[in-house]
Design a protein around this ligand. Structure first.
Ligand code: 13P
Ligand code: SF4
Length: 332
């Protein structure tokens, strides 16, 4: 299509009036078929985006799908590090991120040069990095992990092995406590999970004494201590499906509640509120940058595309493949 790419990408995404003219859902479906494209969406995306996606999942599920897909184009309805991971795992495919500025505060809390110095200060440690990092961080990592498999990956290493874990301090501390392993932990966090209010959650429990708190391990320790269950987004989803409770306080980004409601509509889900009393839930603004219009336009123009140096892909792929191998071995 004859367009000036630099102009349409001015904002980091393509913008032009289309929504009054088209049934975006139908057009997206047509484009996916025509271009042999697949849409992968994280649980934190808007409900409409989750519903049009071919696969919805957590970071581990989505990286597996990106590695396995036969599609020519992967459109990632998620954030930048997820689309980079898809590119690393499927370098020959075109990977599209509908809004290039969909970043991640956790990945941002781990700048490459400082993390490299941290590694140098801890020679002899095995480097385990959460998938929520840039491709550059992955090039200096031994094994990647997600919140679904981080515990098993740490446990899979010999007892005496010294571990450097980054960048999420809450997930790292959670694993250190559970495993008793020798771990140094980078001091990073996610702003969405860091801001839940103990006091406001207690207020909800007072009102609904049967409410069970389910938390993501990126939440800080106080919130983790209040929870009946701690797990990744897909593990949280499975927990509420299988548990015999009826009312839950969900301490993660509230996008996941869409799938909870779909699978168990008879239960009640209350998003954990943040410290900021003007808000009822802790939204990840990066995850909400993708909408149907951006999906449609990015599929039409096959932009913005994720590109990485060959050497970066080669080095960053190693820790991700190790993660996938260990996960497979343990049936995660
Ligand atoms: P999971 O979906 O892997 O639990 O990760 C949560 C997250 O914060 C993704 O950005
Ligand atoms: Fe990053 Fe937090 Fe948003 Fe997940 S929820 S993408 S960790 S900022």
């Amino acid at each position: 299509m004859g367009v000036d790419k630099s102009k349409i990408l001015e904002n980091g995404y393509i913008d032009m009036p289309v929504e009054q003219l088209l049934d975006l859902r139908e057009e997206i479906k047509k484009l996916k078929r025509k271009k042999n494209a697949v849409i992968l969406a994280h649980y934190y995306e808007d409900a409409a985006v989750q519903d049009i996606a071919d696969y919805v999942g957590d970071s581990l599920d989505l990286s597996r799908k990106a590695a396995e897909t036969n599609a020519q184009i992967i459109v990632f309805a998620g954030v930048h590090f997820m689309a980079e991971t898809a590119k690393i795992l499927s370098p020959k495919k075109k990977v599209i991120l509908p809004h290039l500025k969909a970043g991640c505060s956790l990945a941002d809390s781990c700048p490459f040069n400082e993390f490299k110095k941290f590694i140098e200060r801890h020679a002899g440690h095995t480097i385990i990095s959460y998938i929520n990092t840039t491709a550059d961080i992955k090039t200096v990592t031994d094994i990647a992990c997600t919140s679904s498999n981080a515990m098993k990956i740490v446990q899979s290493l010999p007892e005496k092995e010294k571990i450097l874990f980054g960048p999420d301090k809450n997930l790292g501390e959670y694993i250190r406590k559970k495993t008793g392993r020798d771990m140094v932990i980078w001091n990073g966090h996610c702003h969405v999970h860091q801001q839940f209010s103990v006091e406001r959650i207690q207020g909800i429990v007072k009102k609904y004494p049967a409410a069970r708190i389910v938390a993501h391990p990126e939440c800080n320790q106080e919130i983790q201590e209040m929870a009946v269950y701690i797990g990744s987004t897909s593990q949280m989803l499975r927990f509420v499906q299988e548990d015999d409770g009826n009312i839950y306080i969900i301490a993660t980004e509230p996008g996941i509640i869409h799938q909870m409601k779909k699978s168990k509509p008879e239960k009640t889900y209350i998003p954990a509120p943040p410290e900021d009393r003007s808000k009822d839930s802790s939204i990840c603004e990066y995850m909400k940058m993708v909408d149907l219009k951006k999906l449609y336009l990015s599929l039409t123009y096959e932009l913005p595309e994720i590109t990485l140096e060959e050497e970066t892909i080669e080095k960053a792929a190693r820790p991700i493949h190790r993660m996938l191998e260990i996960s497979e071995k343990y049936g995660i």
